[in-house]
Design a protein around this ligand. Sequence first.
Ligand SMILES: NC(=O)c1ccc[n+]([C@@H]2O[C@H](COP(=O)([O-])OP(=O)(O)OC[C@H]3O[C@@H](n4cnc5c(N)ncnc54)[C@H](O)[C@@H]3O)[C@@H](O)[C@H]2O)c1
Length: 322
Amino acid sequence: MKILITGCAGFLGYHLSKALLLNKKNYVIGIDNLNDYYSVKLKNKRLNFLKKKKRFHFQKIDISNYSKLEKIFKKKKIDLIINLAAQAGVRFSINNPRAYMNSNVLGFFNLAELSRIYRIKKIFYASSSSVYGEKKKFPLSEDQKINPKNIYSLSKKNNEEIAEIFSQYYKINFIGLRLFTIYGEWGRPDMFIIKYIIAVIKKNKFFLNNFGNHFRDFTYVDDVVNNILILINKKFNDKHTILNICSDNPVSLKSVLKDLSKSFGKPYIVKRSKQLADVYKTHGSNKKLISITHYKDFVDIKVGLSNVIKWAKKNINFLKII
Ligand SMILES: NC(=O)c1ccc[n+]([C@@H]2O[C@H](COP(=O)([O-])OP(=O)(O)OC[C@H]3O[C@@H](n4cnc5c(N)ncnc54)[C@H](O)[C@@H]3O)[C@@H](O)[C@H]2O)c1
C-alpha cells in the first residue's frame, strides 16, 4: 500500500511511519515542512531514522502550498492519506493564529480537494481532544457537543466539518482521530513530560500551570500507533467516522510530576495560574474505538513513563542540544 503521511518528522508521524515500514507491503511517502515551532534538530533526528528505510520517500513540502502538494499526487498513485501535519499547541495559538489557518485549515482543505480530484478513497486525519472544550461530565464520548476554546481546537473542528461535507458529496471515506495527550520516546518538547525532562537536563525553569491542578488522559504513543494500524485495515460503513484515541484513564499532573521527580530529578518549578487556552480536565471514552479495534492493552502511565525516562537517560547528550 502507498501511504502518504503528512507531518512525518513530527512525534506521531515518525512513530507511525516507522511502524508502517515494518510491513514490507507498505511504501511511505512522508512530507513535512520542518518548521521551527520546536527543535528542528529533533525533527531531523526522527527523519534521519526514517530515511534509513528503503521504502520511505521524503519530500519537504508545506501542505498549504497546493501546487507543490499536487505534484506528489500527479507522480505517485496514493492508496491512503494520513494527515498528521498541523500547527500544534493550544497556547501558541493565542499569539500565532495565522499559522493554524494556513497549516490546519487550508492545508487540510488542500488534501481533501486533491483527494477529490485524484480519487483517493480514504483519509485518516488528526483531530484533537481539545475540540470538546471545557466539560464537566466525563468520560467524553464522540456524540457529545463540541465547544472549541481556542484557534487550535477551532481549526480541528473545522477539519471535522470539511470532512463531513466532503464525505457526503464525494466518494472519500474520512476517519477523524480525536487524539488525547500523547506521550512517549522522541516526544514533543513543548508538552508536559518532555518539557519537564529537558528542564531538568538544561536546568531551565519549569512553569507549572494551574499549580498542577489539571488532569490529562495521557495516551502512550505505541497505543496510538497500534490502534491506527488496526484501523487502517478496517472497512468503515459510515462515510465519516470520528473516534476518540485515548487510554480512558485521566491522571493528575501532580502525580506525573511526583513520578518524574522521583526517577529523573527536579527542575526549578515556577507555579502559575491557569492559562487561558487550557482546560481543567480531559478524559475520553475509548468504547467506540475498542468496539472497532478490540485493542484493550493500553499501557499503564507508570510503565510508559519509565520507558520515557530510560530513553531520556540514554539520550541526555542529544536532549541537551535541542
Ligand atoms: N501529540 C498530541 O498529544 C496530540 C493531541 C491532539 C492532537 N494532536 C494532533 O496530532 C497531529 C500530530 O501531532 P504531533 O504531536 O506529532 O505534532 P508535531 O508538531 O510533532 O508534528 C506535526 C508535524 O507537522 C509538520 N507541519 C506543521 N505544519 C505543516 C505544514 N503546513 N506542512 C507540512 N508539515 C507541517 C511539523 O513540522 C511537524 O513535524 C497534529 O495534527 C496534532 O495537532 C496531537
